[in-house]
Design a protein around this ligand. Structure first.
Ligand SMILES: NC(=O)c1ccc[n+]([C@@H]2O[C@H](COP(=O)([O-])OP(=O)(O)OC[C@H]3O[C@@H](n4cnc5c(N)ncnc54)[C@H](O)[C@@H]3O)[C@@H](O)[C@H]2O)c1
Length: 393
């Protein structure tokens, strides 16, 4: 990293890789002016045409054919890892060894062994190691956290969180890395990791789980005939292969604070392209959030005048975290959604590297994301034991 600039690269030009690329492109446009210039150096993907297309669209200098080429490029300072989970560990190890800062996608890794190795790597690394729990950057969710911390909801009692998607409903959607890796690595790790992290971000640590049920609804999928991006349909072969991780997961969680929660994650929930929502109740208030309406939440709390209580819609505006300086148009009610969260995440990562005077809250660590995987493993154990309680080790 030169005094004048930070050079960034993205490994993976698929569904989420493009969100990282867009985030880096926007990062200097938001919040304070403390960042040095950001050089958009490279996008790497085994599918070079896809990498080239992403590089052209998002203004990166070049496309590279492999993650190794990023690790070997001495001009690159900071890298997002945005490929299938089983590749996270070898890539992170090579990047850290090459002295590059790393922002890795969730879930941390494809196995517990890999996740533990990455958390170990973090302990001795002299570079920034971070994980993208993007939803922490949603202004409404961050505002809800402030309500909890200010005691506006009273002592917390019940949380219900769900992440329901429909990307696996179509039985002809081909087999990809998402459908391999054993129980726990399916919907639970892919989307459940986000809602588990939100639950802990708002309510503190989960100590144990119980009542877990993991199910596969579509046991076989056709093999793709070519490259597949994200959840896209693609030409498929007549040959099928077995899906070996869950389409749906449901469990109960017990928090250190005494709060009880139910969580569910599904990729076979028809009509739910991206259905993340939660309700959080305390003894003196409640909130509800639904990502279909990402720039608002419902709040019900103790009212100063009798008879004026009840749920009300709180619309995103300058009273919420991330709003001031986070949008080109600084007016209450202008909305905001997924793309902004990736911009703030990229900005926070660059803040962690460059230490400006007014940084955003740092990203989650590899250790934090290992903890999420320990919760997922406890859910798998509970499911294997007929729903018995399992502690998070
Ligand atoms: N935070 C979020 O909201 C979010 C959303 C989606 C995905 N993700 C995470 O992002 C990661 C990627 O998911 P995705 O949906 O973008 O996947 P994807 O399948 O759309 O894209 C992965 C890309 O990796 C490329 N690739 C495969 N092997 C490679 C190699 N050896 N070297 C270089 N490139 C290689 C593929 O060609 C593909 O383009 C996963 O960890 C996933 O969990 C996060």
């Amino acid at each position: 990293m030169s005094e004048q600039q930070v050079s960034v690269a993205v490994i993976g030009a698929g569904m989420a890789g493009r969100s990282h690329a867009a985030g880096y492109r926007q990062a200097t446009t938001v919040f304070g002016r403390g960042l040095p210039p950001i050089r958009l150096a490279a996008i790497a993907d085994a599918n070079v045409a896809l990498a080239q297309d992403a590089a052209d669209r998002y203004g990166f200098e070049k496309a590279l054919p492999s993650w190794e080429a990023v690790a070997e490029d001495p001009s690159i300072d900071a890298v997002s890892i945005v490929v299938g989970n089983a590749l996270h560990r070898p890539i992170a190890q090579a990047l850290v060894a090459a002295g590059k800062h790393v922002l890795c996608e969730k879930p941390l890794a494809g196995s517990m062994e890999d996740a533990r190795a990455m958390a170990g790597l973090e302990k001795t690394a002299s570079v920034v190691t971070a994980v993208g729990y993007t939803f922490r950057r949603n202004p409404a969710i961050a505002a809800i956290r402030s309500h909890v911390r200010n005691g506006d909801l009273g002592d917390l009692s019940v949380f219900h969180g769900r992440y329901w998607c429909d990307y696996a409903c179509d039985t002809q959607v081909p087999f990809t890395w998402r459908y391999a890796g054993g129980m726990g690595s399916g919907a639970l790790a892919d989307i459940g990791a986000h809602v588990i992290d939100i639950g802990e971000y708002l309510c503190g640590p989960i100590e144990s789980v119980s009542g877990a049920a993991l199910t596969i609804q579509v046991p076989k999928r056709p093999l793709p005939l070519g490259a597949v991006t994200g959840h896209d349909a693609a030409p498929v072969s007549e040959e099928t292969t077995e899906v070996d991780n869950e389409d749906s997961a449901i469990f109960t969680a017990h928090f250190a604070s005494g709060l009880t929660a139910t969580f569910s994650a599904s990729r076979t929930a028809f009509g739910m392209p991206n259905g993340l929502s939660f309700d959080l109740y305390g003894l003196a208030g409640r909130v509800s959030f639904d990502f279909h309406r990402p720039a608002e939440y419902i709040l019900d709390d103790a009212q100063p005048k009798p008879g004026t209580g009840g749920a009300r819609q709180v619309i995103a505006g300058p009273q919420m975290p991330y709003f001031r300086g986070g949008y080109p148009m600084q007016a209450p009610g202008v909305g905001g959604g997924n793309a902004e969260m990736f911009t703030y995440q990229a900005r926070a990562f660059l803040d962690q590297i460059t230490h400006p005077s007014d940084p955003l809250p740092p990203n989650a660590t590899f250790a934090d994301a290992l903890h999420t995987m320990e919760i997922i493993q406890a859910v798998v154990r509970s499911s294997e034991n007929g729903g018995a309680a399992a502690s998070v080790s």
